[in-house]
Design a protein around this ligand. Sequence first.
Ligand SMILES: [Zn+2]
Length: 126
Amino acid sequence: MRLFYCPECNKEEIRNDDPYKNEYTINNMRDGYGRPIRHYKCECGNYLAGSMDINGWVYDKDAILYCKETIKGYNRGGCYYDFNMSFNGDKTDLFERAKIVYEDRKQRGLRRQSPILEQRMNGEYK
Ligand SMILES: [Zn+2]
């Protein structure tokens, strides 16, 4: 089971499937502390909504609250947000980085769908 939580619009879901599997932005290993967060783009436009594995915690309200607070901490204004500015040695703003990763992947996805001939003419097909 996974918790999906967006601190911007407060959308919260606990699900078995993964409705955001094509919407992921960055994988946050949190420097190896605790369970990693997979950030995704929420419908509201927040690129730092987060999904966490909550196996074993599904009925533990405190644990769920802790997960939500952790995800919130990595969002703008959160307690880990500034600390995370140097995350993986990259000083780009976390929100901007998530946006770049997401939009870049979407662009590449679109290119893959275009006809191969067209890509060849553009020198993109390898
Ligand atoms: Zn949202």
